[in-house]
Ligand binder design. Sequence first.
Ligand SMILES: [Zn+2]
Length: 78
Amino acid sequence: MSKITIEEAEKEPFYYCKRCLSLDIREDDGITFCNNCGSLNIDVGSDMDAWVDMYNEAYKEDDNCKRYLYSNKTFFKK
Ligand SMILES: [Zn+2]
């Protein structure tokens, strides 16, 4: 699992759970699911700021969400 820079992460599309907004998305047997809540309602986002706004709206957290995004994105960098 390699680390990517924040600058690289900013430019990449990312998967997120439409139910809980988790970025901990896994794929198993061609099924993409949220590893946090188990939802199959997964969407692809390309606007990180929009996701941060949604996340803040849902969880009222400011400082941790971007860090959370970057740390979870490493799952997509094999
Ligand atoms: Zn979820």
